[in-house]
Every structure is written in structure tokens, then in C-alpha cells.
Design a protein around this ligand. Structure first.
Ligand SMILES: Cc1ncc(COP(=O)(O)O)c(C=O)c1O
Length: 381
């Protein structure tokens, strides 16, 4: 049996999404910038996708900028806003537990003369609000706090954070990649100025995403070239990808995900009862319903991932981007895990295609793997 429990890294493309995309690979392959009828067809598809996405996210469609994914969207928003407005203010606040595609551009801006400050989180991964408020002053240009953390699944109180940010006249960005399909995103009502998404995290295609950019604010592009996306993001539009992302987003909010929480809770109940010396990392309540990030006392998380993989089960040790690098998770460090516990963690992220049978198979296999690995260490239960 093959089991995929790494849905925060990427998801399986929904067949209905692929069906919508297919004609734009084959018959309707025009370039949306061409003025002939095939270009017009492509442009129409682009327009419809923007309209649909604008409706779902409750935002003006002219503020949606298509990108190659959330890494690009995060880079575009953070670098583009900072560089275009540096005469006004020069401090940027980001949470300690952001994805590397937020932390790296911010680090680069630090080298360019911006002052970067990191907002601390508590043991659940929640922003420490009182400290955040103290850090907010009239020098802050931009605040970036993710809606949901990709490693531990913690959900932030984005509405409060954006309100506090605006009170001090700063701008607010949220990386909402891991929020879909679990949380409704309402850009206008949540006072979000900038937001990033990646289609492959919600059963859409890889290599396409979006930056919501309130175009009331000046932004510099990071790619120079053509005039696509109002000159903010040059490059021929990925029409099959864009059509697929719109369809995936529509399906994401049409279909209920309640069974996922039941499956996840069932998995955790069985693990707690049947595997000794394990702990859940992160917030047990304010957490998306598909995430379990678990510490296995006295074993390397990576050893578990590799052993499960040989049994046909895919899980992760943390974020997809850092899991191939042998370095401890900055997220688990930030929530206070001790050094000796930093490499003992496994992330299980369920998806809409998982079944109870698959979960049972995973827990049964996990029990054997943990027992075997622990037989080499001091814990032998
Ligand atoms: C929270 C978060 N932000 C950004 C990204 C980057 O997305 P992509 O690799 O699709 O550009 C990821 C991917 O894992 C993520 O989890």
C-alpha cells in the first residue's frame, strides 16, 4: 500500500483541475499578450481566472498578480515594496517562524540597509502580541506574518495583527500558502495589503501562484522585461497553470474538509495510545486540521522518514525546502524545543485523498519502525 502524508509539501493534482487545464496545453495554446484571436482566447481565460479568484478571496481582481508560486510572490512583495518605499520608512518586522522564501529576501534587504526585526513566538508558535506591539513604531514599513505555519500548522490571528500594523501606519503581508483549503481568506475584511499563494498546496498545478498586491502602494518588479501583469511581473503567462489554480481554489472552498480533522485526530489518538514517549509540537487547538508534528523521544526524525519510505509511506521532517538540508528547524527552535530534541521530529500532513485504512497502515508501520529504532537506543519500550 502506498500512503502519501506529506500534503504540506505538495498535493496531488485534482483530476477535475487537470481536465480544465488540458485544452490550454493543446488547442488553446495562444499567448495572452498576442492580439490575434488565439491570443484573445488566452486573455479571456486569464481574465476569467482573475475574476473567479478575486471573488473567492474578496479582493479587486486588478490587484492579483500571477507568479510562478509563493516563493516568487513572497520575494516580489517583500523586496518590491521595501525598495519602492525606502525613503518613507526602513524597518521590516517578520515572525521568527516564516518560510525561507520570506526570511531570505528580508535578510537580503538587511544587507541593503533596511533594519530587520524578528517577532518572537510562544511555545505554540503564536506571535507574542505584547512584544509585537512594542516593536511597532512609526519607522516600520512592512510587517510579514504567515497565516499558517508550514511545519507545525499554527494559525495566527491575522486580523488582529493587520489591525495593529495599520494603526501604526505600516503595511501588512501574509504568506497564506498553508491556509487553503482550511481557512477562508477574506482580503478586504481582514485588512490584508499583500498576500501570497501557491496552487500546488491545494490540489492545483505546480509552478503557479499569486501575489495579491494592493496597487495603491508603489511596488518595484523583481523581474524586468515585458509588460505583463501591469509591469509588476514580466513573462509569458502560464495560462494552463492559471486556469488550474482558479479551478483548484474554487473546489477548495466548495468541498468540506471536516473528515480530515476526524482522520487526523484518530491518527493522533492511536499514536498516543500505542507509541510511548511521543509529543505533539505546536498548538493543539489553533492548528489546521491536517497537521501532526510529532517528537519521537530518542530517535532521529530522518531515520523514521526513511524507514517509512521503504514501506511506501511518505511523511516529512519539516518544511519541504529544508528537509534535504541537515539543519535543525528554525520553527521548532523558536517554539523552544531543546537542542537534543531538534532532530527527533516528523511532520505528518494529511490530504483529502487519504483514507482510514491508510492511516491504520501508517500507525501500524510506525509502531514497528519506532520499536526497531529505539532498540538501538536507551528507550526500549
Ligand atoms: C508557508 C510557505 N510559504 C511559501 C512556500 C513556497 O511555495 P513554492 O515552493 O510553491 O514557491 C511554501 C512551500 O513549502 C510554504 O509552505
Amino acid at each position: 500500500m502506498q500512503v502519501y502524508l506529506d500534503n504540506s509539501a505538495t498535493t496531488k493534482l485534482d483530476k477535475r483541475v487537470l481536465k480544465k487545464m488540458y485544452p490550454y496545453f493543446s488547442e488553446n495554446y495562444g499567448n495572452a499578450s498576442s492580439i490575434h484571436f488565439m491570443g484573445e482566447d488566452a486573455n479571456k481565460a486569464l481574465d476569467e481566472a482573475k475574476k473567479e479568484i478575486g471573488k473567492i478571496l474578496n479582493c479587486g481582481q486588478k490587484n492579483i498578480i500571477f507568479t510562478s508560486g509563493a516563493s516568487e510572490a513572497n520575494n516580489l512583495i517583500i523586496k518590491g515594496i521595501a525598495r519602492a518605499n525606502k525613503e518613507k520608512r526602513n524597518t521590516i518586522l517578520v515572525s521568527e517562524i516564516e518560510h525561507s522564501s520570506v526570511l531570505a529576501p528580508v535578510e537580503q534587504l538587511g544587507k541593503e540597509g533596511f533594519k530587520i526585526k524578528y517577532i518572537p513566538v510562544d511555545e505554540n508558535g503564536q506571535i507574542k502580541m505584547s512584544e509585537f506591539e512594542k516593536m511597532l513604531d512609526e519607522k516600520v514599513l512592512l510587517v510579514s506574518v504567515m497565516t499558517v505555519n508550514n511545519e507545525i500548522g499554527t494559525i495566527q490571528d491575522i486580523k488582529t495583527i493587520s489591525k495593529l500594523t495599520h494603526k501604526k501606519g505600516a503595511l501588512f503581508h501574509t504568506d497564506a500558502v498553508q491556509a487553503v483549503p482550511y481557512l477562508k481568506l477574506d482580503i478586504n475584511n481582514s485588512e490584508i495589503d499583500f498576500l501570497s499563494l501557491s496552487a500546488h498546496k491545494f490540489y492545483g498545478p505546480k509552478g503557479v501562484g499569486l501575489a495579491y498586491v494592493n496597487r495603491k502602494y508603489k511596488i518595484f518588479p523583481i523581474i524586468d522585461g515585458g509588460e505583463q501583469e501591469y509591469g509588476i511581473r514580466s513573462g509569458t503567462h502560464n495560462i494552463p497553470g492559471i486556469v488550474g489554480m482558479a479551478e483548484a481554489l474554487k473546489l477548495a472552498y466548495k468541498e468540506k474538509t471536516t473528515h480530515l480533522k476526524e482522520l487526523r485526530d484518530y491518527m493522533w489518538d492511536r499514536m498516543k495510545a500505542e507509541i510511548p514517549n511521543i509529543n505533539l509540537n505546536g498548538d493543539s487547538r489553533s492548528r489546521i486540521p491536517n497537521n501532526l508534528n510529532v517528537r519521537f523521544e530518542s530517535i532521529e526524525g530522518e531515520a523514521i522518514v526513511i524507514e517509512l519510505s521503504t514501506k511506501g509511506i511518505c511523511v516529512g521532517t519539516g518544511s519541504a525546502c529544508s528537509s534535504k538540508k541537515l539543519r535543525a528547524s528554525h520553527v521548532l527552535k523558536a517554539i523552544g524545543l531543546k537542542d537534543e530534541h531538534l532532530n527527533s521530529n516528523v511532520r505528518f500532513t494529511l490530504g483529502k485523498f487519504n483514507t482510514k485504512k491508510e492511516i491504520d497502515h501508517t500507525v501500524d508501520s510506525l509502531k514497528k519502525v519506532v520499536k526497531r529504532l529505539r532498540s538501538f537506543t536507551s528507550i526500549k519500550k
